[in-house]
Design a binder for this molecule. Structure first.
Ligand SMILES: O=C(C1CCC1)N1C[C@@H]2C[C@H]3C[C@@H](O)[C@@H](O)[C@]2(C1)O3
Length: 130
């Protein structure tokens, strides 16, 4: 009903705010757009589900996420994919992994500091009711 739509609208605003802040952080520039398949033809052979901050934003706008948990699963793909595709000891791979871990820790810190547990519980109730 209307109250549920109000909750989901607030969820989209919360998730959009987080995603836009991450997109503005210079450390995470490599995560802002999909990996270029022309530039990296084997990428989609290695990485089952590519994800990036611009795709996350599109998913939010399309109401794909009914809970913060579902958003977190896709957001975590961004740094997990980077660790998986860039595992080597060369400086470029290490640099990407450092930023991947920074993204992981930053997402978790924002959620810990800014997500109201009661709000997430209301979102879970809506998910279960659908
Ligand atoms: O994994 C990634 C992105 C970095 C975080 C996501 N890429 C795979 C390629 C390997 C490495 C060097 C360039 O070939 C560049 O195309 C990529 C992009 O970085």
């Amino acid at each position: 009903e209307q109250q549920e739509e109000d909750v989901l609208r607030e969820l989209r605003l919360f998730l959009r705010n987080i995603t836009e802040r991450l997109s503005l952080d210079r450390r995470f520039k490599a995560f802002t757009k999909p990996v270029d398949i022309e530039e990296v033809p084997d990428y989609i052979l290695v990485i089952k589900k590519p994800m990036d901050l611009s795709t996350l934003l599109t998913n939010i706008d399309e109401s794909k996420y009914v809970t913060v948990g579902k958003f977190m699963s896709d957001a975590d793909l961004i740094w997990r994919n980077a660790l998986e595709y860039n595992p080597d000891s060369d400086p470029m791979d290490r640099h990407i992994r450092h930023r991947a871990y920074a993204l992981k820790d930053t997402i978790r810190a924002i959620i810990r500091d800014e997500l109201d547990e009661e709000f997430e519980r209301v979102c879970e109730e809506i998910r279960e009711s659908r």
